[in-house]
Design a protein around this ligand. Structure first.
Ligand SMILES: Cc1cc2nc3c(=O)[nH]c(=O)nc-3n(C[C@H](O)[C@H](O)[C@H](O)COP(=O)(O)OP(=O)(O)OC[C@H]3O[C@@H](n4cnc5c(N)ncnc54)[C@H](O)[C@@H]3O)c2cc1C
Length: 596
């Protein structure tokens, strides 16, 4: 059974799918080994893609040549633009999707991708020789060899599922966990921690009284998620809004002694910004109700996902709690909610390429890096796939910095600061968010995708053309003195009374043009900030840097720098505890080093 591949990817969740597609599309002979072929592209939790800051990640994945946005367009049953009342920097797209269609589409793309083989198997061991990854061994003792291995096991490493005071091993409900791979990673010396997440019960839609509830529809005329999709799936289903109430809260409070969270059984740290309903009731006792969005799971199923009431309480309490909610008085649960604890690997042990520092050719991506969310996982998977492939081809790695992409911020945060709780993306984490918008992700990243070989010539040219159209029109508006008028509140390109308006401009081009004029002052300021940021980011630190030789650094700073191994001075400055004084000392040292 010995086989030679360029790259092996373990796991076919959102990280594994993007990693294996990127690697094979970049010409590497790739093997995707996953526990169950039936679960390729499976959504563990809610039937939705995007949302605040996550929408930006999906657009960036798409602009670089990833698959997630296309899968979303094929399976989309509702699309909305969030934060429309706020500035363009924080607007994000969110899609409800049909989970089944999403999974089927992703499976077909993965299975028909040239250069990519798929095998079902449980990987238990990473083969390592002289600190270089050589391949993997499965539970059936099959050995597969490769030049690089990417691990994307999601919540499966030592996964422990909790429902009330009962618990059992599992990576997701109904699926086995991955115990030996977790033990092997520990044996290889990785520092690991324990995190926790959870999901809500699913409800039989035929038992929901929709007449009592407010329906929420998607936005009309939203452009598809992918820059490339011409027509997305158009059949729409509404979501419904309901609320918890005092009775729901009483039921939960009365049963906290049966909650694994409140009896100390769950030890892992949970998602701060997406707490379980029992957590919300405990932490916000002053609130008399909490929002619930009833989200359809798809076009061909009766199941609904009650977003907002994730729980690990016992099933009988889940039933009582749900039946206390308006519209759900007679609702029947099809699957219970549950909590899950799992192992993750401290991401400060990774380079910004997502390669591990201790084992060459070994990469990690997705939830194993301490993140939560499909979008974060997909972004990490894409970057790990790209970098493993570039490394094999002897090319320069692709590291996006904080001024280029949300993906850059995500990776920089993880590998520089690590995380003690499941990390999710927020717009507030992004310093230059006015420039890193969804609408211009193609202009920011498609040329990079083209340069590394993930994007074809035609698509690249279309992006250049789009930019040219915008710039031509911007110049015209400035020359004709219309710029100031367009800057006025309420005035749009269409209502400008500008007779030379270019009729061929697309809606997206007009939207981008308006943002660039209306927010010009802020944009200029951020561009100046980026100029300063880039200066320090450009000062590279050699991989073999010996911090013991840098006089004047405290032992704490030395220890942190040696541990994180920052690739440039900018990254060094973001390590907690590394002071501005230490950065000045390093800057002088690096200048001397460069000259000598
Ligand atoms: C119960 C639950 C609730 C969640 N709630 C939320 C939420 O509210 N919001 C949110 O944003 N995210 C949530 N998530 C997280 C979200 O599902 C993940 O962030 C995302 O799926 C991670 O993607 P991934 O590719 O890293 O891993 P996954 O999607 O988990 O995929 C892991 C893959 O690895 C495979 N695998 C594992 N071990 C092995 C092995 N040894 N050999 C071969 N294959 C292996 C698995 O079969 C699977 O295909 C939840 C997850 C769970 C399980």
């Amino acid at each position: 059974m010995n086989s030679e591949y360029d790259i092996i990817i373990i796991g076919s969740g959102h990280a594994g799918c993007e990693a294996s597609l990127a690697s094979s599309r970049l010409g590497c002979k790739t093997l995707l080994i996953t526990m169950s072929i039936d679960k390729i592209g499976f959504m563990s939790c809610n039937p939705a893609v995007g949302g605040l800051a996550k929408g930006q990640l999906v657009k960036e994945i798409d602009a670089l040549g990833g698959q997630m946005a296309k899968a979303t367009d094929v399976s989309c049953i509702q699309l909305r633009l969030l934060n429309t009342r706020k500035g363009p920097a924080v607007r994000s797209t969110r899609a409800q999707v049909d989970r089944q269609i999403y999974k089927t589409y992703m499976t077909s793309i993965v299975e028909t991708q040239p250069n990519l083989s798929v095998k079902e198997g449980l990987v238990e061991k990473i083969l390592v020789e002289n600190n270089v990854a050589k391949g993997v061994v499965t539970s059936l003792n099959e050995e597969y060899f490769a030049k690089a291995v990417i691990i994307t096991p999601g919540t499966f490493l030592n996964g422990l599922i909790h429902i009330g005071l009962e618990h059992h091993a599992g990576g997701r409900i109904g699926e086995r966990h991955s115990e030996r791979l977790a033990a092997d990673l520990r044996k290889l010396g990785f520092k690991m921690g324990r995190l926790k997440t959870g999901t809500c019960a699913r409800i039989d839609g035929r038992t929901i009284n929709f007449e009592k509830l407010t329906a929420q529809y998607g936005d009309k005329e939203m452009p598809p998620f992918s820059f490339q999709t011409v027509r997305r799936q158009e059949k729409e289903l509404p979501c419904y809004i309901t609320y918890t109430n005092e009775r729901t809260h009483d039921i939960i409070r009365a049963n906290l002694n049966r909650s694994p969270l409140f009896t100390g059984i769950i030890k892992g740290t949970g998602v701060r910004y997406c707490p379980s309903i029992e957590d919300k009731i405990y932490r916000f006792p002053q609130r008399d109700r909490h929002h619930i969005f009833l989200e359809p799971e798809g076009l061909n199923t009766i199941e609904y996902y009650p977003n907002g009431i994730s729980t690990s309480l016992p099933v009988d309490v889940q039933v009582k709690m749900i039946n206390s909610i308006e519209g759900l008085e007679n609702a029947r649960i099809t699957r219970p909610g549950y909590g899950i604890e799992y192992d993750f690997v401290d991401p400060t042990q990774l380079y910004p390429t997502l390669e591990t520092k201790s084992i060459k050719g070994l990469y990690m991506a997705g939830q194993i890096n301490g993140t939560t969310g499909y979008e974060e996982a997909a972004a990490l998977g894409l970057m790990a796939g790209i970098n493993a492939a570039l490394s094999i081809k002897g090319k320069r790695p692709l590291v996006l910095d904080r001024s280029q992409a949300y993906i850059g911020v995500l990776i920089d945060d993880l590998v520089t600061k690590g995380t003690a709780e499941p990390y999710r993306m927020f717009t507030s984490r992004v310093e230059y968010r006015l420039l890193l918008r969804e609408d211009n992700a193609d202009w920011r990243l498609t040329p990079i995708g083209f340069e590394i070989g993930l994007i074809g010539d035609q698509r690249h040219r279309a992006v250049l053309m789009k930019r040219e159209n915008i710039e031509r029109e911007l110049r015209k508006l400035r020359e004709r003195g219309f710029e100031k008028i367009l800057r006025r509140p309420g005035v749009t390109y269409k209502t400008l009374g500008y007779t030379e308006a270019d009729p061929a401009l697309t809606r997206e081009e007009i939207a981008e043009l308006e943002i660039e004029i209306k927010y010009e002052g802020f944009v200029k300021r951020q561009l100046n900030d980026i100029g300063r940021f880039k200066k320090i980011e450009k000062i590279r630190i050699p991989e073999i840097m010996d911090y013991a030789k840098v006089h004047g650094l405290s032992s704490e700073v030395r220890e942190k720098l040696s541990g994180i191994k920052p690739i440039n001075l900018g990254q060094a400055s973001r390590i907690s505890g590394v002071t501005p004084a230490a950065i000045s000392i390093l800057m002088v040292y690096l200048e001397k080093y460069r000259r000598s």
